[in-house]
Design a protein around this ligand. Sequence first.
Ligand SMILES: [Zn+2]
Length: 434
Amino acid sequence: MKILIKNATVIKDVKTAPFKGDILINNDIIEQIEENISTPETDRIIDAAGMIAIPGFIQTHVHLAQTIFRNMAEDVSLLDWLNRYILPFESQHTAKTLYDSARLGIAELLLSGTTTIQDMETVLHTDASFKAVYEMGIRASMGNMLMDTGNDILAKNIDFLMAESETLYKKWNDTDNGRIKYVLTPRFALSCTKELFLEIRKMSDIYDIPVHSHAAENIEETKIVKQQTGYGNIEYFEKLGLCNEKLRLAHCIWLNDYEYDILKSNGVNVLHCPTANFKLGSGTAKIPEMLTKGINVSLGADGPPCNNNLNIFNEMKLAGLIQKVRLGPESMNAKEIFRLATAGGAKALGMEKEIGTLEIGKKADITILKPNVHSLFYDENSIFNSIIYSMNRDNVTYTIVDGNILVDNGILRSADIQSIIREAELSHNHFNPI
Ligand SMILES: [Zn+2]
């Protein structure tokens, strides 16, 4: 299938000046980007005059399993949020409720211009979330939650967890043209024994599977990690042999100076979730300092019950604002934030050769934004400021993943939105209030 996007303002990456032009997609690949492409044979022409074509947004830390718990765990800090609400809720999931939760989250993500996610599921039934991702077309790296301590109902023994991981890896990794990838996902240091972490490292080494976890999100959590292990959270992961370019860690707020060096020297990727960090009162990650050190940083919304959206525009804007308060207005500009939400995400997922920028030969993962009354841009100099500080999900007009138009003129095409809402409401009734 050939799709021609005509007359857009094209942002290929943050290094290239935006320009008026066309993009030709051939199946899943960007075949041409030129000022004017005239091709006699296309299956679809999108007239994007007045619109902006950008690399699809990448969110490197979300929890589709938690979408259905949105607005049900309020005004508490991380450990209470987990122990009083999220872990008991997750333990009540069935395959059906997990599938409905994932579909609700994916619909929101696609409608707000996110083309790729890294997702952390729950302990059981993760096959249902893979199925939702497969059906709805979003690009995803994801895995079942690994935890063998910290909650009697949700935690499982190591043999069960690793067998489930191997089954899911063999069934789903690199499926559907490489769109879906399996990732090992230990919840965090407090829910995994040392023995489990060592099994995870072993499986990561054998199959070359990345590891996605949380680290140093909350000061109390970080103190308990120190009490239990004798180390800071990142130091502990280094001692376990987990720190390398395949490690992706959400938050990284409460680190000592040595731990920043560990992140840098081992190429560990930081997944920054500013809204969740503020909503749980966790703290502010030192993102500009990390970037200065050369640590790769990307963005994510985290779970809907600690956000309460999966909207990349919220994350981009807040990522900028909180650093301006902390370090001054020049601390991180809009272009840099745009890079974190696109190329930074691609690097975190080890996919910088495939996604994150618009280039000939890369995957056709493209978001098209239509400025409106609250977000006009007048020239190329203001375009990044408009996207980060003025635009929102109502500007998202097309979302294209792997050459498939999943949101078409603002309408979700890869699933029926009314049935997603209806089934999510029914599934929500399954959960007993805590
Ligand atoms: Zn999280």
